[in-house]
Design a binder for this molecule. Sequence first.
Ligand code: FAD
Ligand code: UDP
Length: 365
Amino acid sequence: MKKYDYVIVGGGLFAGTFAYFAKKAGKTCLIVEKRETLGGNLYCEDIEGIHVHKYGAHIFHTSNRKVWDFVNSLVEFNRYTNSPVANYKGEIYNMPFNMNTFSKMWGIATPKEAEEIINRQKAAVKGEPKNLEEQAISLVGEDIYKKLIKGYTEKQWGRDCKDLPAFIIKRLPVRYTYDNNYFNDLYQGIPIGGYNVLINALFEGCDVELGVDYNEEKEKYNALGEKVLYTGMLDAYYGYRFGKLEYRSLKFETEVLDEKNHQGVAVVNYTDRETPYTRIIEHKHFEFGTQEKTVITKEYPTDWEEGMEPYYPVNDDKNQELYQKYRNLADEEHLLLGGRLAEYKYYDMDKVIESAFQLVEKELQ
Ligand code: FAD
Ligand code: UDP
């Protein structure tokens, strides 16, 4: 008999969801987390009474009732609706692409006028869009592509829009209505009291070891658990034996400002190529904060190198093929795995929870 039923590698949302149900099923869990905090990328730091999203802005949104009920059973959510604005060389546009955007861009008022312009501009793309550039132009036309997509996307991904998969831009809604809600999902909000309330509820009752890289002490931790659930990078698990998967990383620059309201909205995207950051987050607006000061974070995308946080998988064909090699190995060994890193998928939080639900069903029921 080993000490724990599960040793869970990583303390993010996937790990927390699985751990929550494992404990309910009477299992014991040890969480081994590389960072000094739990919660993975959801973790918030308290600065000036404001919950600062330390690893990038996180807005919970889903259309899955089961997922929504689950998170609401752990913490109440506020009515925050994400409505970022884009700043292109001082010109302000509403996001996502909707009638407010089209009206500002072309001085028009009706959906019919917008449709005529977009149809004319998208005629340049023949057949099925083959890459992000063609996909973007065929959705919103050249003008919007050039001012609101090209610069932002090339900064974010560090490569030409012609070399990126089309699906990345399909994440964003295009609407012929005056609706600035960034998401189409039925439910959205921010946990009241911040994400740490959700994190604490998920991991309650688990033993936790922080500041430990499992891959450096595998044998020690394997000996502690009947089973291991791995939520880190799969190539790292296998010592990069087939080569390294690519990721995009981010650098965050956070400042406390002696003013109440800096930009009037939680998220401003800087969509030109020259501004080195992609967005500025003003954290208090996620929770309608009224503090005297404010905290802002500039987000700078960078290439990922070993030792940096791997934020975004680069899901192009080359990386997908390499991932599959690692995945075949993991499947042969029946390794339990899941989450944005181990599955190498550009998952939102709700999709991570759905994926964890599937593992819960397989493992615990
Ligand atoms: P992670 O949160 O990455 O957790 C994995 C954990 O494992 C980490 O804590 C890591 O330190 C640890 N770990 C890795 N390797 C090891 C090891 N060898 N040993 C020990 N520990 C290890 N989703 C939304 O739904 N809405 C949003 O608005 C949103 N915004 C985002 C903004 C940014 C900038 C980013 C990067 C992501 C955003 N997401 C958003 C996605 C969201 O962060 C993820 O879906 C979610 O956090 C993934 O959870 P996870 O458990 O799979 O991974
Ligand atoms: N995007 C863009 N302009 C914007 C915002 C987003 O071109 O002002 C593109 C960009 O390619 C980005 C993708 O849309 O990678 C998805 O955006 P989302 O906001 O979903 O990115 P995330 O929050 O995951 O970083």
